[in-house]
Design a protein around this ligand. Structure first.
Ligand code: KIV
Length: 290
């Protein structure tokens, strides 16, 4: 395990103020968290996208707080020093301020998170304020917000037109005023992202498919390595095809077991002749010859 210093909010703000980009990835399990920590990733989001990437649902909507807590705990064990953000799943914050604060608190108390993230703009400013007032760091999420994908017309660019772009800008302002420490802009045009970043009053603006002019970048881990079999979004960059490596390995394993070339000598253990003789003698005494 690396001797890395804990990534804290002041460290992230220092990077931001010095124009050094912040790196952010999703992660859902212990071994991947270990690798991300080793690679020096600043922030990890345990996204409710785990509903699709890990649990095989068609959307994020069925994901529960218990699902989120279990995966976030595993990630924290693998990456003790990253800035860890728990994603509030569907209906864990929408019903009331009290529900929102209690569930945000679960991420902090049960999974050692540094912050939480919730989706929505001005309509969620009250929830953002309640969570911040409870002393919990909170990130907003604007643009394409998967929990409302059907209301937004599917997984598509948001804020293409001036009116819709202005609404996203106003939403960012509302979240900032409500105490958001950061805002993720997912799939909005690059110039809108730049404008919001330039106008931010100290809130960390992060881009997911929204261009380079933000304080940092987020990608979905599974998209980086071809690990989500259903699709790879156009905005993702594929850094290696681990999915293909795994599939080829699995096919070879099946073939080798079938043709009996696996296992080989080094894949199993023997026992001494005299021990085996004694074993046979014991078995024969008990049951008679085979
Ligand atoms: O759940 C998630 O991974 C997210 C990303 C799409 C930003 O919220």
């Amino acid at each position: 395990m690396s001797e890395r210093k804990k990534v804290t909010l002041p460290i992230l703000f220092k990077k931001m103020n010095e124009g050094e980009p912040i790196t952010w990835l999703t992660c859902y399990d212990y071994p991947t968290a270990y690798f991300q920590e080793e690679a020096g990733v600043d922030m990890i989001l345990v996204g409710d996208s785990l509903g699709m990437t890990m649990l095989g649902y068609d959307s994020t909507l069925p994901v529960t707080m218990n699902d989120m807590i279990r995966h976030t705990q595993a990630v924290r064990r693998g990456a003790p020093n990253v800035f860890l953000i728990g994603d509030m799943p569907y209906m864990s914050y929408q019903p009331s301020d009290e529900t929102a604060v209690l569930n945000a608190g679960r991420f902090m108390a049960e999974a050692a998170c540094d912050a939480i993230k919730l989706e929505g703009g001005a309509e969620m400013a009250g929830r953002m304020r309640a969570i911040s007032d409870a002393g919990i760091l909170a990130f907003g999420h604007l643009g394409l917000t998967p929990q409302s994908a059907s209301a937004l017309g599917g997984f598509r660019l948001q804020g293409k037109g001036a009116l819709q772009a202005k609404k996203i800008l106003d939403d960012a302002r509302a979240l900032e005023a409500a105490g958001a420490v950061g805002i993720l802009l997912e799939l909005v045009p690059d110039r809108l992202c730049k404008l919001i970043t330039e106008r931010s009053q100290g809130t960390m603006i992060m881009s997911l498919g929204s261009g380079p002019d933000a304080h940092g970048q987020l990608l979905i881990y599974h998209d980086l390595f071809g690990l989500y079999p259903k699709f790879t979004p156009r905005m993702a960059k594929v850094y290696g095809n681990a999915g293909e490596v795994i599939l080829n390995g699995l096919k070879q394993y099946v073939m080798e077991v079938n043709d009996k070339s696996f296992p080989e000598k080094q894949n199993y253990f023997g026992m001494k002749d005299e021990e085996y003789e004694d074993l046979l003698a014991m078995v024969q005494k008990e049951q008679g010859p085979f």
